[in-house]
Design a protein around this ligand. Structure first.
Ligand code: GTP
Ligand code: SPV
Ligand code: MN
Length: 596
């Protein structure tokens, strides 16, 4: 399949370590995909969904211990600890490799080792990066086929070139004659490792079969490794959706938005506007790679080819374009399985049929108190199936970005929307993002945590240096007047009785409309200590019953609360020591002074 000697040697070396029964080079064909899916159905690890209801789609239940990313087992391994920074788990590369090699020895016994060549970004694009993942999970293979461009075509483009080696195993070897379980993984969390070696561009993952732990092109390569490359090379690898918005006057702008995991990127990226005249088109829902072009315009590509989206609460009402994307050729993990061979999750839009099988393989009878879908149940769907996929979504040049949005789940303090005063203030805004934690990672303490740029779990290097990198991007911009404007949004502010003050979803277009008007220079704003907020009358709330009375509370900037917030910000900033940029320290001082 390939004459790439480095690749051949690497595969041989790892086959000797992992000792699989055989080695299989994935070609990416439909025939191969069907064969793997059929094998998983026969082995009892997958269920083929009703062909009439959901053609060519499959259902999986994970092990109950393996339902999300494992942040406390995710490591950045650099020679010096300070290069991983205070927010990452660190171990020296040699030590980590020695420890993990012990685990890898014979870890694929009784299994097949699949070799998956994949491209993050359109095949052959200058911005794209080629990786090769070896894995003993056929589930990973069929998911990578949706999430990336993969298979033989990638080897053709790779030729003799360099690739990012990614090693993955579920860490559950089989003795001769031993029957496999439905979702093999290392059942003890301390036996799992998601390790990154950014100085040598390597990824070693052990013991989990789930999402970001196992589909190594996504968070491991496209964020942790790529963020480090981007810092070295002067570009940006971000946890951001990319969307195009056209206003009623026909003006189209692209924006990129960073919200922490399970805080609304997929929903915003493909929203159906609730007010007439606007159009939204989706370039990507999770990751953006951005570089300046010759004109000094920052351009973004989506390195992925599919959506790995949160299933619960996705419905024709909240996110019809996601629902339509997963009508066929999709994979569902940890949702419910209905008696007629379809999937179900809370708020999908219809009642759960009696006899539905839960994600833990129990039977639901109407009225019984069982959890039908795990809160982090996910769908895997091809981006090409999204009805509003942007015409330029695979353009290797990327799309021009006019605005950045930051946000998170903040029940109080943070207004519906506010705009940064300039680039450095916007970087400060990104650096103070906080959110109530969600089910996207295992074992996090409930409450609000700082998640700067929504990158806390996805940073490949010292977060303080990353802040400086963002400052430098602004300072060195080839055309400063073309830099994106920066905003913060909060769809999740609540009233004292715990109700959301903002309807969210398709109504978020009302806020995007204001943001677009600011970008185009069509509307004034009110200056506050934290930035510019809209005049109440400039957010279109036509047709939203009872909303007018809530707008004051939604847009409120309470100086006292923000002074409390400053305490938390200062505490967070202190951990970065010398790596913390003086520019952000200055922004903090300015904010504090203006609040008094
Ligand atoms: P990751 O894939 O983990 O990175 O998540 P994401 O940022 O793409 O989040 P997603 O769009 O999947 O939304 C996560 C959850 O937030 C879902 O349960 C949504 O229903 C809910 N959600 C999304 N947008 C809104 C909104 O505007 N308002 C409210 N109240 N909930 C929302
Ligand atoms: C996230 O947690 O931000 C995700 C899901 O997008 S995972 O791929 O599991 O990281
Ligand atoms: Mn994500």
């Amino acid at each position: 399949m390939t004459k790439n000697q480095k690749l051949l040697d690497w595969v041989k070396e790892w086959a000797e370590i992992c000792q699989p029964d055989n080695v299989y080079w994935v070609d990416g064909s439909e025939e191969e995909n069907q064969r793997l899916l059929n094998e998983m159905v026969e082995a009892g690890s997958a269920v083929k969904l009703n062909e009439e209801k959901r053609p060519n789609s499959y259902y999986f239940q994970s092990d109950p211990s393996d339902v999300a990313r494992v942040e406390n087992r995710t490591f950045i391994c650099t020679e010096k600890e300070e290069d991983a920074g205070p927010t990452n788990n660190w171990m020296a590369p040699d030590k980590m490799k020695a420890e993990m090699l012990e685990s890898y020895k014979g870890c694929m016994k009784g299994r097949t080792m699949y070799v998956i060549p994949f491209s993050m970004g359109p095949l052959g694009s200058d911005i794209a990066k080629i990786g090769v993942e070896i894995t003993d999970s056929a589930y990973v293979v069929v998911n990578m086929r949706i999430m990336t461009r993969m298979g033989k075509a990638v080897l053709d483009v790779l030729g003799d070139g360099d690739f990012i080696p990614c090693i993955h195993t579920v860490g559950a070897p089989l003795e001769p004659g031993q029957k496999d379980v439905k979702w093999p993984c290392a059942s003890n969390i301390d036996d799992k490792y998601i390790s990154h070696f950014p100085e040598t561009n390597e990824i070693w993952s052990f013991g989990s079969g789930y999402g970001g732990n196992a589909l190594l092109g996504k968070k491991c390569l496209a964020l942790r490794i790529a963020s480090t490359m981007a810092n070295r090379e002067g570009w940006l690898a971000e946890h951001m959706l990319i969307m195009g918005i056209t206003n009623p006057a026909g003006e189209k702008k692209y924006i990129a938005a960073a919200f922490p995991s399970a805080c609304g990127k997929t929903n915003l990226a493909m929203l159906v506007p609730s007010i007439p005249g606007y159009k939204v088109e989706c370039v990507g829902d999770d990751i953006a790679w951005m570089k300046f072009d010759e004109e000094g315009v920052l351009r973004a590509i989506n390195p992925e080819a599919g959506f790995f989206g949160v299933a619960p609460d996705t419905s024709m009402k909240t996110n019809p374009n996601a629902m339509l994307s997963l009508n066929e050729n999709s994979i569902f993990t940890n949702t419910g399985l209905t008696p007629d061979g379809d999937i179900w999750w809370p708020a999908i839009g219809w009642d759960c049929p009696d006899g539905t099988i839960t994600w833990k393989n129990e039977k639901y009878t109407t009225g019984s108190d069982v959890q039908i879908a795990h809160p982090n149940a996910r769908f895997t769907a091809p981006a090409s199936q999204c009805p509003v996929i942007d015409p330029l979504w695979e353009d290797p040049k990327g799309v021009p970005i006019s605005a950045f949005l930051f946000g998170g789940r903040r029940p109080n303090t943070v207004p519906l929307v506010y705009q940064a005063k300039d680039w450095n203030h916007g970087v400060f805004m990104g650096s103070i993002v906080g959110s109530e934690v969600t089910a996207a990672a295992i074992g996090l303490k409930a409450g609000v945590r700082r998640d700067p740029f929504a990158m806390l779990p996805f940073m490949g290097y010292n977060m303080g240096d990353y802040f400086q990198h963002w400052i430098n991007i602004g300072a060195n911009a080839p055309a400063p007047e073309k830099l994106p404007m920066i905003f913060n949004v909060n769809w999740f502010r609540k009233s004292d009785d715990g109700k959301f003050l903002w309807p969210g979803f398709g109504d978020n277009i009302r806020v995007l409309g204001w943001i677009l008007d600011r970008v185009i220079g069509k509307v004034d704003a009110v200056e506050t200590p934290i930035g510019f907020i809209p005049k109440k009358e400039d957010i279109n709330i036509d047709g939203l019953e009872g909303q007018a009375e809530l707008m004051d509370e939604l847009l409120e900037v309470d100086n006292k609360r923000w002074l409390d917030e400053c305490e938390l910000i200062a505490e967070h900033q202190a951990q970065f020591g010398d790596a913390f940029p003086k520019e952000l320290k200055a922004e903090y001082e300015k904010l504090k002074a203006s609040l008094k």
